[in-house]
Write a protein that binds this ligand. Structure first.
Ligand code: UT7
Length: 328
């Protein structure tokens, strides 16, 4: 009997905008200090996309994934774009990405699970590979957070940046690829992280605009606590159902929201910080972009068969963890 098909990552790419917004720059914009930002978040700088949109970044990533894998872009079947800053509310951005990149046979859709978006999209896309429906599925996690941030609000503008990345998923019959996934949600958390206006609840009006309802809102302290508890617990649950001990895990890749959250999660799951992938200092929190940016940056150090655990927490609340084994 042949092995069951797994969805394995066979190519990785990223898009890092050229514009750099440093802590020094932010000190000139809001009432803060370089020391406060660095010590409270671990962020030193973040990237800003001056011209263009999520689909422009996505098209570059999609083309790069195919180039690295050395396949024609017409072979791509499907693209899922995890984002909260799509080009427009309607239509979706994934199909625009396919159009701009020339992926003429592909269809796509967007997935909104905020900072957990890449995990939710990876899990969704993997199902199509495991079921044998499609052979080449692209998972993107990209955000242009500068398009929804109020740069007079010191509690949010210091954290977020633009950018993202993506992976190509293909069938693997050696047992490598996505192994297990646990996804969770709690709609009661919506009060702590949201964009109030612009949807069907509060359509855009002169009032919502004057109140700044179109900007990203975050009540940081409760989010911080929920992030630590929920990511730690879901990773422990994942290890248990996967029959893995922390010693079996080669890398943990957490959502990059705050270095103190990352340290607290590593501590709670009793995992050595040297094996936790961290790049928050360079890119800040790119929402759906953080996990693929970490995978892309650390990929040269991964070895075939490595056990990798991804975890994220974000607006919704949404959170989860995925165990995959590296296949390239
Ligand atoms: O990715 C989506 C999920 N998001 C997250 O996971 C983010 C989770 N939350 C956080 O990372 C942290 O809560 C923040 C970085 C947002 C804030 O850090 P904190 O240590 O929780 O600060 P705080 O909100 O408790 O505020 C402490 C103080 C306050 O002053 P008072 O009331 O003690 O006088 C704030 O007004 O720090 C003040 N403050 C600042 N001071 C200088 C808030 N922002 C700033 C700032 N510069 N930028």
């Amino acid at each position: 009997m042949s092995n069951p098909t797994h969805a394995a990552i066979t190519s990785v790419a990223s898009y890092i905008p050229e514009g750099v917004l440093t802590n020094k720059d932010l000190v000139k914009m809001v009432d803060t200090t370089e020391e406060w930002i660095d010590s409270r978040t671990g962020i030193k700088e973040r990237r800003i996309l001056k011209d263009g949109s999520v689909s422009d970044m996505g098209a570059c990533i999609l083309k790069d994934l195919c180039k690295k894998r050395d396949i024609p872009i017409e072979e791509i079947d499907m693209v899922i774009c995890a984002t909260i800053t799509g080009d427009t509310l309607m239509p979706d951005t994934a199909n625009t990405i396919c159009y701009k990149a020339g992926a003429t046979k592909a269809f796509g859709f967007d997935l909104n699970a905020a900072c957990s978006g890449f995990l939710f999209a990876l899990t969704t896309g993997a199902q199509f590979i495991e079921a044998g429906t499609y052979k080449k599925v692209v998972i993107l996690g990209i955000d242009k957070m500068s398009s929804i941030i109020d740069y007079t609000d010191r509690t949010t503008c210091i954290i977020f940046g633009d950018g993202g990345g993506g992976v190509l998923l293909e069938p693997n019959n050696e047992g490598l690829g996505v192994q297990k996934s646990i996804l969770k949600g709690d709609g009661n958390g919506r009060q702590f992280l949201n964009i109030k206006a612009g949807g069907s609840d509060f359509p855009t009006s002169t009032i919502t605009l004057s109140e700044g309802g179109h900007y990203f809102f975050q009540d940081g302290r409760p989010v911080f606590k929920h992030a630590v508890t929920n990511m730690s617990n879901v990773v422990k649950e994942l290890l248990e159902v996967s029959s893995l001990s922390v010693n079996d895990v080669n890398w943990v890749i957490p959502h990059q929201a705050n270095i103190r959250i990352i340290n607290a999660v590593a501590n709670a799951i009793d995992f050595p910080i040297e094996k936790v992938v961290i790049n928050i200092q360079k890119y800040g929190n790119t929402t759906a972009g953080t996990l693929p940016l970490c995978i892309w940056e650390k990929a040269p150090d991964f070895k075939k068969g490595d056990n990798i655990v991804l975890t994220a927490f974000g607006a919704g609340f949404t959170w989860g963890a995925v165990h995959l084994t590296w296949a390239i």
